[in-house]
Structure formats: C-alpha cells, structure tokens
Design a protein around this ligand. Structure first.
Ligand code: A2P
Length: 250
C-alpha cells in the first residue's frame, strides 16, 4: 500500500478495533501510517516498524529508528524489527546490538527480528545473551514452521505471521479449509487466522477492505476443535501458487 492507501486502511482498521499496526521502512508508507495513527491516543496503538540492511550497525540502527519515528511522527516505537537477516552481508549481530541499546534508551519498547531462522536467532543469543522478543516470519497452515515455532517457544520468542492467509497459494480455496469454514459458519480467512491464534501465533493480516478488516478481527468468539486444528496442520508443505500469485509483496 502506498501512503494514501495505508492511511485509509489504517484509519479504518483503528475504527473497527485494530490496535497493532505493522509497517516497515521498506513498505514506503510510514508517512501515511503515521497520519492515521495520530487519530488515536498514542498509548492505545501498538506500532511496529522494521529497517533495511543498510542500517545493520550499532549506530545505523539509531539512525533507522530516527528516520522511522520522524516519518511516523511518534516519540517511541512499541516494536522495532530487523527486517531480514541478510546473512551475505553478515552484520545482523551488530544490528541486534544496536537494537539492545535502543531498547535500553527507552526509544523502543520491544525489539525483535523478521525472517530469521533458528540458526540466526541462536547466533544472536550466543553473541549477545539477549533473545529477540518477537520473530515475524511467513507462516500459515501451508508453511506451518513447526520446528521454528518450537525454537521460538523454547527461548520465549513470540511468533508473528506475515502473509497469515497464505497469499500466493490456494490455501483459502482448499477443500479442507472451505469445509471447516462451512461447519463453523465462518469465512476461510477467519478459520486460518483462528488456527494461528489457537497455537499462540500472532497473525498480521493485511486488508485494505473494510468488510475483510472486520471479519479478520472477529475470530475470538469461536474455537476450532482439535480435529479441525489437525486437519489444517496437515496442509503443511502442500502450498501451490495461486493463479494471481504475487509472491514478493514482502
Ligand atoms: P484486500 O486488501 O483486498 O482485503 P498479505 O499476504 O500481504 O498479508 O496480503 C493478504 C491478502 O489477502 C491481501 O491481498 C488482502 O486483500 C487479502 N485478504 C485479506 N483478508 C482476507 C480474507 N478474510 N479473505 C480473503 N482475502 C483476504
């Protein structure tokens, strides 16, 4: 979403009850997101951003924070993430040290990573003694990442899911998802998001459509059964690209 689209979508999201807003330097819409979040009291919104690889140094992270805070027009961020480990560049441990210092200064309340594999996380822990509070990864029933989630749980790391609806695959059309949705009188999207929340994954569903924003939030008044959960977990590894796949949105 560009600035205008993001402003409209975030304003609508806040209206219907969303409180966690997730953006990134790389999305180039922090100005629009900032305009929308200013319509709500600052302490009622949980604002996340992420920074690019050019800031992977102790001082660079401080500059990255200042740039995001300026665009968003906020004094502090609730969560700041290293967007990608970029292991070829191999400076993500420096970036992590920068984030630790930023958290100590109070400018960010929580710090974490995105798209880190367990080996990358282990290195952060080994070299700094500090584990991320959050790791945000591409996750849905077709990419369930059980081993990663287990690693996260062992280290107290919250798992967030990007593309939690399996964008780029035919997950929402899968007969198993459709069937469970029918039984519960819900939409396929709601069933998938519920699968995630019932195993302590925090989904970050994107929508620019008011009706879908509402349905994606209305998932806390029903429970999937153990059989439903197992049927959805069995979809792991079955992803097929959908016809309209746009797989590089992130
Ligand atoms: P829209 O914004 O028109 O609602 P991402 O993988 O980047 O999170 O994107 C999610 C995609 O899924 C968007 O294209 C969004 O389109 C669409 N979407 C969001 N919520 C639902 C839903 N409940 N059912 C079907 N599609 C959805």
């Amino acid at each position: 979403m560009n600035d205008e689209e993001a402003e409209r979508a975030v304003a609508q999201a806040l209206e219907v009850g969303y409180r966690l807003i997730d953006t990134a330097e790389n999305y180039r819409n922090e100005v629009g997101v900032g305009r929308a979040i200013r319509t709500a009291p600052r302490d009622e919104v949980f604002v996340t951003s992420k920074f690019n690889k050019r800031w992977h140094s102790v001082d660079g992270v401080r500059t990255a924070f200042e740039a995001s805070a300026e665009k968003l027009q906020v004094e502090y961020l609730d969560l700041l993430l290293i967007h990608w480990p970029n292991p070829d560049q191999d400076q993500y441990v420096d970036a992590w040290q920068g984030l630790i210092e930023l958290r100590d200064s109070g400018l960010v309340r929580a710090i974490g990573t995105s798209n880190f594999k367990p080996a990358h996380l282990q290195r952060l822990i080994d070299e700094t003694g500090v584990a991320p509070e959050v790791n945000q990864v591409q996750l849905s029933p077709v990419w369930a990442k059980a081993a990663e989630r287990k690693f996260h749980a062992r280290h107290g790391i919250v798992t967030e899911a990007w593309s939690p609806l399996g964008k780029g695959t035919d997950l929402l059309e899968h007969p198993a998802v459709q069937e469970i949705a029918k039984v519960h009188g819900r939409t396929p999207g709601q069933v998938v998001l519920r699968w995630e929340t019932q195993q302590d994954v925090v989904p970050i569903p994107k929508s620019a459509n008011r009706a879908r924003l509402e349905q994606n939030l209305n998932i806390f008044d029903f429970d999937l059964t153990d059989a439903d959960l197992a049927a959805l977990s069995a979809l792991d590894g079955t992803a097929r690209p959908a016809a309209d796949s746009d797989r590089f949105g992130h």
